[in-house]
Ligand binder design. Structure first.
Ligand code: HSE
Length: 426
């Protein structure tokens, strides 16, 4: 039986998962594809850290050229993370006409376009299913199963760490800092968890989804991003009483005129919406398409085996391409120019929380002036300044431009202090 030879860059959590699945699912792979897959060489920084179970199973190297320049290696799997060194390795792989599978969202969000071009010029595949939502095969679903549809929006819970924190805060009233420590101990927070809590990890996944779902090259800097650091237990509880659940969402929407808008922010999701049911570290992506209607994908967005499973899917697809000797079609082939939607066009209902000087008459005229109508509101006790009270409300549909204006006007008014504003997802 033919063997496909793999060069693995990195043997951390995901790398070990890849090596384990290849070892443990060999019989199924041979049965399904008629070839076997073998990890021949592994690039690691510290060979002493190789787990006992893998000792002697493959050659350990410390210089990536030993993989890239080895004619026996058919395919390179990059699961190290980080940007600069990983990019150098991928470029060396393409230079040597070797296809690549990567799980590296940071690298693809920053350099996906450039690396795709290099892979195409080299006539090899670059696939990165595992970079978005771990074990959920969302990129393949968008690129292949939904290829014939025109998507209108893609909304996702794309970061397990923040979903875990918000779930614990919602269900148990847990303290933000304590839960973050728990998420780190459980192993799904990034090495530097600021990427998680500030929304940057979700942002990178949104950039990749913009490309695969809409063919749009949207630079990271273009997308507004807000993390969960400022989310308070009080707002979570107030919203919960109104049937709303706090979730960090990555949201991409398009207009009839062919414009796009993307953002990452905490949203209040109506309890009847399926995304409100996605708890703990789980991820989910909700799509709306002209033909397919609404679809929802759910599963583990991180972790050794779920992420490795997505890597294996890509790896086996490329092995089949190699077996058939076909020139691969670029994974991110879909390309279209989309203008950015104006803030007048993007609309949502909003939850807001203000502190106001008691007996202040400032809020009603301000809302009237901006044409903002309230669906409901509530006065709640203020926790610090004497002579002040708190006011929470839910607006009818308003544009993002109206929201910006509202925030600016509250800021300028010495009788009002804005505590929070969140969009609603119905
Ligand atoms: N830190 C990420 C998360 C890992 O919490 O979802 C997967 O990208």
């Amino acid at each position: 039986m033919k063997i496909k030879h793999i060069g693995l860059l990195g043997l951390g959590t995901v790398g070990s998962g890849v090596a384990r699945i290849i070892r443990d699912h060999q019989e199924k792979i041979q049965n399904q594809f008629g070839f076997s897959v073998q990890v021949d060489k592994v690039l690691v920084r510290d060979p002493k850290k190789i787990p006992e179970e893998f000792r002697g199973s493959f050659t350990v190297v410390s210089d990536y050229r030993e993989i890239m320049e080895d004619p026996a290696i058919d395919l390179v799997v990059e699961v190290m993370g980080g940007i600069d060194f990983a990019k150098e390795c991928l470029e060396a792989a393409f230079f040597n006409h070797k296809p690549v599978v990567t799980a590296n969202k940071d690298l693809i969000a920053a350099y996906g376009k450039d690396l795709t071009r290099q892979a195409e010029e080299a006539g090899v595949s670059l696939r990165y299913e595992a970079s978005v939502a771990g074990g959920i095969p969302i990129l393949r679903a968008l690129r292949e199963s939904l290829a014939g549809d025109k998507l209108e929006s893609v909304t996702g819970i794309l970061n397990g760490t923040t979903n875990f924190i918000l779930t614990k805060m919602t269900q148990e009233g847990a303290d933000y800092a304590e839960v973050l420590k728990e998420a780190q101990a459980l192993g799904f927070a990034e090495a530097d968890p600021t990427s998680d809590v500030d929304g940057l990890d979700a942002l990178r996944k949104v950039v990749i989804l913009c490309k695969i779902a809409f063919g749009a090259d949207v630079p990271m800097a273009k997308i507004p991003v807000q993390g969960i650091r400022e989310v308070t237990p009080q707002d979570i509880q107030l919203a919960k009483d109104w049937g709303l659940v706090m979730k960090l969402l990555g949201r991409i929407q398009t207009s009839e005129q062919g414009e796009i808008f993307a953002e990452v922010a905490p949203f209040l999701v109506a309890k009847g919406h399926p995304l409100s049911q996605v708890d703990h570290e789980m991820n989910s992506i909700y799509t709306q398409g002209k033909a397919s209607g609404t679809l929802m994908f759910y599963g583990a967005g991180a972790g050794e085996l779920p992420t490795a499973s997505a890597v294996l899917g890509d790896l086996l697809t490329i092995c089949q391409e190699l077996e058939q000797g076909v020139r691969p079609v670029a994974f991110a082939r879909y390309e279209q120019e989309l203008a950015w939607m104006s803030e007048d066009e993007v609309q949502a209902r909003h939850f807001f929380h203000l502190a106001m000087a008691k007996d202040s008459q400032s809020l009603t005229p301000l809302l009237d002036q901006l044409g903002i109508h309230l669906e409901k509101s509530l006065v709640v006790p203020h926790d610090s300044k004497e002579g002040w009270t708190d006011f929470v409300g839910i607006t009818e549909l308003i544009s993002y431009a109206q929201r910006q204006e509202f925030m600016a006007k509250v800021e300028a008014c010495d009788q009002l202090v804005l505590r929070s504003v969140y969009g609603l997802m119905d």
